[in-house]
Design a protein. Structure first.
Length: 278
């Protein structure tokens, strides 16, 4: 059983989690072992934890005794809290004198609306701290045996979301927004050898077709990683052409991260050799 005193805060020079403040903390893509020391420190001292749908229950179990758990998850196509309401809730809790932990899946500043929440806190004069987390576009790929970069294949990566922001969005990767029409697909297709797509499973067929139309090779490998870094992780490898001509999206459960590029080919070797799979 984890206890806050297990971390020597003084020796590590960890900052105080002051009353009336908010910490925006990334919980990583799922595996509790990927939490940072600062995230554990926050879990051990928070009075209220406002958490998203993708935060693993084992991570919430690390909260100190007596901490209040406040669910604020967004799920695609379901009634969900509005982002302005969540930001207002953080301000209200901090002004009541609580230590507020805003716990978000992945990294709060990578397609996680952490920037919006930080701006709201700044505007309200609430002290806050940003604690980065491991984003699925890095950690999820690694658990699938796919290096984000490799000197034989790429020195650049493009991260995109697979839907518009005209809805409230979702934490679980099942958005109801449309594929962005204003996005420069030609620039994305040619911008870097590797493309990582968040929240794109529902629209993968359309996205793949647009990338091919913009000049991306139909034979290029694609990997879909479902429930990355968890015991339920599944990986499906196909070609971009197969993705573009599929009658419907692949039968993979969200959340899912998608990677396009030659780095996908490393998975066949590294998942056999590496013991670090979930």
């Amino acid at each position: 059983m984890y206890r806050p005193e297990m971390i020597d805060s003084a020796r590590l020079a960890l900052p105080e989690f002051a009353v009336g403040s908010v910490w925006l903390v990334g919980a990583g893509p799922g595996d509790p072992g990927l939490l940072s020391v600062l995230a554990l420190h926050a879990l051990g001292h928070a009075d209220t934890i406002v958490y998203d749908a993708l935060v693993d229950p084992r991570i919430l179990a690390l909260a100190r005794g007596g901490a209040k758990l406040d669910y604020a998850g967004k799920r695609g196509g379901r009634p969900s809290p509005r982002q302005p309401d969540i930001s207002a809730r953080l301000v209200r809790l901090a002004r009541s004198g609580e230590r507020v932990l805003r716990l978000k899946g992945g990294d709060p500043f990578v397609f996680g609306r952490g920037g919006e929440e930080a701006l709201a806190l700044a505007a309200a004069g609430i002290p806050f701290r940003i604690v980065p987390g491991i984003t699925a576009g890095i950690g999820g790929l690694a658990y699938a045996g796919i290096p984000l970069t490799h000197r034989d294949t790429n020195s650049a990566v493009t991260f995109i979301t697979g839907h518009t922001s005209d809805t409230s969005g979702s934490d679980d990767g099942s958005p109801s927004g449309a594929v962005p029409d204003t996005r420069d697909w030609a620039a994305i297709a040619h911008g870097s050898p590797v493309i990582v797509i968040y929240m794109g499973l529902k629209h993968l067929t359309t996205i793949a077709a647009r990338l091919i139309a913009a000049g991306r090779g139909a034979a290029e490998p694609v990997a879909i990683i479902s429930k990355a870094t968890t015991a339920a992780q599944r990986v499906l490898v196909l070609s971009l052409g197969e993705a573009a001509t599929a009658a419907q999206p692949p039968a993979m459960d969200p959340p899912a991260i998608i990677v396009i590029g030659a780095v996908v080919d490393f998975a066949a070797i590294l998942t056999r050799a590496a013991p670090g799979k979930p």
